[in-house]
Design a protein around this ligand. Structure first.
Ligand SMILES: [Zn+2]
Length: 303
């Protein structure tokens, strides 16, 4: 019994010694791993602007505001499409994601509905960047979700430019949808638009302006109806597409026009003023500046 006890104790001591050795080795490994993970990741900031007219399933203005349609339903889908884009960006290595709620009063996405790994820029802003508020040159890529075509575009869902009063907004002869002038804001900070989701007409129109840009048409116009993807299908396409586009961001060029910027704004109802802007006949304003943000300030004041 005594002998066994000695043997048992010896065995126990050996086991303890072995465990201690292993623990030291494992601790050293995990310390190394921690040192490696503490090394700051290369910053990769992605900016996501989320409108609503181009979300999967949206067909009438009641779906994107007020109480007569499915607004409460679609503001949830806005958060889900944003979350799909956030997930795609993070899979592509994004270290920071900012979501700009870009529709109407900019208070559509309910904060708890958004993926906690992103920051939400919520509410209207007085600055000229508007749907691009919060963007600066620290970002590497811009994503548009739920976008729509410009006022007057044929075969488009809920086509308009900023508000119902704008007939056409052009800079240097180029007619610009919201995605066009928002891409110019991104270009000002040397950031490319890498991915666009929206209806077929919106995507085609933006590709016509920006050239190569990744994206998904979640629906297409059929008369005043739509034929399109289910929200789940659209979200899968957005997640995969944003990951692919952010990874390939180096192949997309920032969108720019050469200054000076000559704005021609056509509206249904005129009568507003902006210093330096001239009225060029009924329903038309002209304004020129070398500062793009000043031109957008004029647009916001006169539209
Ligand atoms: Zn909108």
């Amino acid at each position: 019994m005594f002998g066994l006890s000695i043997t048992g104790r010896t065995l126990r001591f050996s086991t303890l010694a072995l465990l201690a050795t292993l623990w030291t080795a494992l601790s050293a490994d995990s310390a190394l791993a921690q040192t490696a993970s503490r090394k700051p990741a290369t910053p990769l900031k992605v900016f996501i602007s989320v409108d609503m007219e181009g979300l999967a399933g949206v067909v009438t203005s009641g779906d994107v505001g007020g109480t007569n349609g499915d607004y409460q339903y679609f503001r949830k889908r806005a958060a889900e499409e944003a979350n799909a884009a956030i997930a795609g960006a993070l899979r592509a290595g994004a270290t920071e994601v900012v979501v700009r709620d870009s529709h109407g009063a900019k208070q559509n996405i309910l904060p708890t509905d958004l993926d906690r790994r992103a920051r939400l820029l919520r509410g209207t802003s007085t600055g000229p960047k508007n749907m691009m508020e919060g963007l600066d040159s620290s970002f590497a890529a811009v994503v548009f979700i739920g976008y729509h075509a410009s006022a007057g575009t044929p075969n488009a869902i809920l086509a308009h430019t900023s508000n119902g009063n704008v007939v056409d907004f052009a800079i240097n002869g180029v007619s610009l949808p919201e995605g066009g002038y928002n891409a110019l804001v991104a270009g000002l900070y040397n950031v490319p638009v890498v991915f666009v989701s929206g209806d077929r007409a919106a995507l085609d129109q933006l590709r016509g302006l920006l050239g190569t840009v990744d994206g998904v048409a979640v629906k297409q116009e059929i008369g005043t109806a739509i034929l399109g993807m289910s929200p789940a299908e659209a979200q899968d396409a957005i997640r995969l597409g944003v990951e692919r586009a952010v990874r390939a961001r180096a192949q997309y060029r920032p969108y720019r026009l050469a200054p000076p910027f000559n704005m021609v704004l056509k509206v249904k109802r005129d009568g507003k003023t902006f210093e330096g802007a001239v009225s060029a006949g009924a329903g038309e304003y002209r304004y020129t500046n070398t500062d793009l943000l000043k031109v957008l300030e004029a647009f916001n004041a006169l539209k």
